[in-house]
Write a protein that binds this ligand. Structure first.
Ligand code: FES
Ligand SMILES: [Fe+2]
Length: 361
């Protein structure tokens, strides 16, 4: 468990809580190259780069000499050279050499984090290294797709997505994705519609997964879905949100011809996608949001991929505005508690799983 105490201007104690013994996404694969790349993950400043063989490296962003962030230096082969007095630190975080300074090898090195390139993302492990388990890296069906590009090892799927930085507690974003009733108010011109409010979702559990499932049958599709479906005719619409640790939410979404049996498993007269949300805490009040959508229809239509990417980016950016304003207001009102209503059930159950995992660490 990580419990970091900080004080804001209102002298409120903030507790940053996140499980550490998990793989977190640190970056999209194409963000990391042979130039040092700095990013704070779970309150740890880390520098990322790729070695000449393409493998990613993640080191504590701190020069062992006088503390300059190594990200201000330059990569040299498998190592990184500090931009202040030229110390060379190798891929394991060891002091390798320094101009005019023999014996720097005896200095204490810096932390080297387990780091993997997997499914178009760079994953880092910030927890106890005795628990590192590469087999726990998610294996997604849209594996190897990358950024907005549609290069994909699985021809049945295509994917496009991006990353946002949010000034909010990552759990507010989990709440947001586990309760889609907000679509009616935050995204009225694209995916929102009043029928979302009228359809009560079911909440279920599967180990440490929480599932919130909502069906809206025989409704007019909202503009985003009408555009993809190519018709305004009545549809059955679904949203099946699944939280899984440490802080990921994937949402099975789609529409099918009304009454064609989608709810009983026949989606042949519909279209569906998987809204992908990987959330990485940065600090108590900020996080990285790796978002995207995978789909298994019209996978070769690159113009459609671009259109969905642009539409989703706009929609999620509306959420960013809400979540950052919400966080700011919460900090300004430290004596108030968040109210928990029925619609918060999925988010609250997810928070409880996060707390349980933190306690077990
Ligand atoms: S601070 Fe890095 S070499 Fe001096
Ligand atoms: Fe939203």
């Amino acid at each position: 468990m990580s419990a970091i105490l900080t004080r804001n201007s209102a002298q409120v104690l903030l507790l940053a809580v996140y499980p550490r013994n998990f793989w977190y996404i640190a970056a999209m694969s194409d963000e990391i190259g042979s130039t040092p790349f700095a990013r704070k993950i779970c309150d740890q400043r880390i520098v990322f780069y790729r070695k000449p063989d393409g493998q990613p490296v993640a080191l504590q962003d701190y020069c062992p000499h006088r503390g300059l962030p190594l990200s201000k230096g330059k990569c040299e082969g498998r190592s990184i050279r500090c931009g202040y007095h030229g110390m060379l630190v190798n891929e394991y975080g060891e002091c390798e050499s320094m101009p005019q300074q023999p014996n720097v090898g005896r200095l204490a090195g810096i932390h080297c984090y387990p780091c993997k390139d997997n499914c178009g993302y760079i994953w880092v492990w910030v927890g106890d290294e005795s628990g590192v388990d590469e087999s726990s890296l998610p294996n997604m069906p849209w594996k190897n797709s990358n950024s907005i590009s549609t290069s994909n090892s699985n021809p049945q799927w295509t994917f496009a997505g991006g990353v946002f930085h949010l000034n909010c507690d990552y759990r507010l974003l989990v709440d947001n994705l586990m309760d889609l009733s907000h679509e009616t108010y935050v995204h009225p011109e694209s995916i929102g519609q009043t029928e979302i409010d009228e359809a009560k979702p079911d909440v279920a559990f599967d180990g440490d997964n929480v599932i919130v499932e909502r069906w809206m049958n025989n409704i007019t599709p909202p503009p985003f879905w009408a555009g993809l479906y190519g018709s305004n005719e009545a549809v059955d619409r679904w949203q099946i949100c699944r939280f899984y640790p440490p802080s990921n939410v994937h949402i099975d979404v789609g529409v099918a011809k009304a009454g064609s049996g989608a709810q009983s498993g026949n989606r042949s007269l519909g279209i569906s996608g998987m809204v992908v949300g990987f959330i990485t805490p940065e600090s108590a009040t900020s996080c990285w949001y790796f978002w995207g959508m995978a789909r298994d229809f019209d996978v070769d239509d690159e113009a459609l991929t671009e259109r969905i990417y642009d539409g989703q980016k706009k929609i999620f950016y509306q959420d960013v505005g809400i979540l950052e304003a919400q966080q700011e207001n919460i900090l300004q009102n430290p004596d108030r508690r968040l109210a928990n209503l029925d619609i918060d059930s999925g988010g609250n159950h997810s928070r409880r799983i996060i707390e349980k995992l933190c306690s077990s660490e």
